[in-house]
Design a protein around this ligand. Sequence first.
Ligand SMILES: [Zn+2]
Length: 345
Amino acid sequence: MKSRANIPTRMRLALAAIIATLLLAGGRCDNGGGPGTPDAGLYHTYAEINDELHKLAAAHAQIAQVSSIGKSVEGRDLWAIKISDNVAQDEPEAETVFLGGHHAREWIAVDVPFLIASHLVNQYGTDTTVTRLVNQSEIWIVPMVNPDGHQYSVTTDRLWRKNRRNNGDGTFGVDLNRNYSYQWGGPGSSGDTFSEIYRGPSAFSEPETQAVRDFLQQRQTRALISYHNFSQLVLYPWGYTNAPAPDEPLLQNLAVAIADRIRVVHAVTYTPQQSSDLYLASGDTTDWLYGEYRVPNFTIELRPRSSFPGFELPENEITPTFEENLSAALFLIDWAIQQGTPPTI
Ligand SMILES: [Zn+2]
């Protein structure tokens, strides 16, 4: 009896698996999916990000615009999507920026900002919070800062971290998150070309970090999140020193608020802390933007918590990781808007 009862269950499960596979395949843009096409499973490849960002903007031209902020070492475009009402105009609205994928192997750190962009665009006009935030601010999302490294991680070496700079000595790659100029060359970076945290020959030596620098210098960014994984942390400056940042209470309060927003979604804990409490790191994005411009900004280390499974977060965690971080992103966009509100008398 037991086995007879089990057969239809197995069949149902098998059928469900086939249907799920078909649905997922149908829901993805595979760039043709032909032989030899780089495939990251449910994670997005460079070609898929490129294709889907342009489709989003084409289908929602009033609120979404795609542009390239520069090119990688190997000549790939660094795509940015701007999301705002009257998107073609540069309106005097609060700007919030989300960056993803400085490190090649951190695939979830590309998918989270990409999925946030998709959600904002697709829910505009339907979700009242999304509609208000998009109307009142300018949101910029660059989901893949290191496309060469990401591609190499997909096709050749899953655990590749750096970009694909030929260092000229048989080694490849600069750690883009040690290549920014503020306190460049300090502790937690390396001058050895083979090192995973090689900072490059000079600050902003890499076209990818130059592009992010030039882009941010043209904007009036009120707040920024740079996504990485893993460890489930919300990190605020400084990274180069254990000393507290001048605005530490503000940065800490925002990091706590971000972690709270994340936790209420799926009861997953991200710990808010000063970046240097994880380890010292000099020349990263957040120290530069805060050090040079005093912009409150954060590195979010996404799931998982520990080195098992580490960088290779299972595909079934993409959606919940996106969902909990959407909540935090909406909070930060709203906070940025509130900073522009004239004081009530
Ligand atoms: Zn990283």
